[in-house]
Design a protein around this ligand. Structure first.
Ligand SMILES: [Zn+2]
Ligand SMILES: [Zn+2]
Length: 334
């Protein structure tokens, strides 16, 4: 099969990824072999490729938003059949036995493994997934439109939960890429007023098209105080900006896995009146199943830009440069 591998992590302009020939992987006893049909391009793939995240597996194949078809079944797996449509996401495995797993916080499991970081992911013709962490997908939505839901969508949904937004609340979204534009659709369907704050002109247009109440620059104040905000842009400088935009009791959730340094916070302006700053770490499988169900019910749709599998490096470069709104998706055209 053909697969992209992270050769030497570094700037995407310096070709850190190589497109190589690799044997088709063997699924373990509890795993499925998945033939990739579509794989979303997530900012985390960029962090793995460029070395913002430490190397967990040398020569790893990135990609953790995979829609594919079951092409092989491990001996210990039941409930899946060859040809079933299947989703592969970021959280690949947890131990199921630690204090966090036992209390329903498997996203915090210290032994967790991630697709496209600890194990080879979806920038390839085939990948594998532990059957217990594979998602069943709603029918009637095509592969390309579904792929970004599997990380961008699920993480955006967890971030929304982390804001504890009151019913009918005012939500601010800082940055409006793949994850934010899906999160916005859920929040709007649930009756929130959504304000988008981003430097990208095309993203501001998309936000208004989707029904957001306003779209301004990332450093502008929203037109009204916010009950909750989510920082999707990996920019620590925006943390105090977003905290100042919160109303009393408001919560800011930082959605990214990587954030540049947060400047000094001023207690009185940025934290007092019980404002809260929270991080978001991965997701649980329950978050994933809940989001996929809501996405189907609300008709959440990703704005997508397909690239052939061979165009992964170009897709990552375009993501970094902000050359599209919504989400890039690799299509297995081999
Ligand atoms: Zn655990
Ligand atoms: Zn992701």
């Amino acid at each position: 099969m053909r697969a992209w591998v992270v050769d030497r992590p570094g700037p995407v302009g310096c070709e850190p990824l190589r497109f190589v020939g690799r044997p088709i992987p063997e699924p373990g006893p509890d795993e499925l072999l998945v033939q990739m049909r579509a794989c979303g391009v997530c900012r985390t793939d960029l962090h793995v490729t460029e070395g913002d995240l430490p190397v967990h597996r040398t020569g790893v194949t990135p990609g953790h938003e995979v829609v594919g078809e079951v092409a092989g079944i491990g001996a210990a797996v039941s409930g899946w059949a060859l040809g079933d449509r299947v989703g592969v996401a970021w959280l690949r495995r947890t131990d199921g036995t630690c204090r966090y797993c036992l209390r329903g916080s498997e996203n915090l499991c210290p032994a967790s493994e991630y697709t496209g970081w600890d194990a080879d992911g979806g920038y390839a013709e085939y990948t594998t997934v532990p059957a217990g962490f594979a998602y069943r997908l709603p029918p009637d939505v095509d592969d390309v439109a579904l792929a970004p839901l599997l990380c961008a969508g699920i993480i955006g949904y967890r971030a929304l939960l982390r804001t504890s937004l009151p019913s009918g609340g005012r939500l601010g979204l800082y940055g409006f890429g793949g994850s934010a534009h899906l999160c916005a659709q859920v929040a709007l369907a649930q009756g929130a007023t959504v304000h988008v704050l981003t430097r990208e002109e095309a993203s501001r247009r998309l936000a208004l098209e989707l029904g957001c109440a306003s779209a301004g620059d990332a450093y502008d104040m929203p037109p009204e105080p916010l009950d909750g905000a989510i920082l999707f842009a990996p920019v620590g400088d925006l943390v105090p900006v977003a905290l100042r935009a919160l109303d009393r009791g408001g919560v800011l959730a930082v959605a990214g896995i990587h954030l540049s340094d947060v400047p000094v916070l001023r207690y009185e302006k940025e934290l007092f009146y019980e404002k809260e700053l929270r991080s978001v770490t991965s997701n649980t499988r329950d978050d994933g199943r809940e989001f996929l169900e809501l996405a189907a019910r609300y008709g959440v749709r990703a704005t997508t830009h397909p690239y052939p599998l061979s165009g992964a490096l170009r897709a990552l470069g375009d993501l970094e440069a902000g050359r599209f709104d919504g989400a890039a998706v690799l299509v297995n055209d081999l």
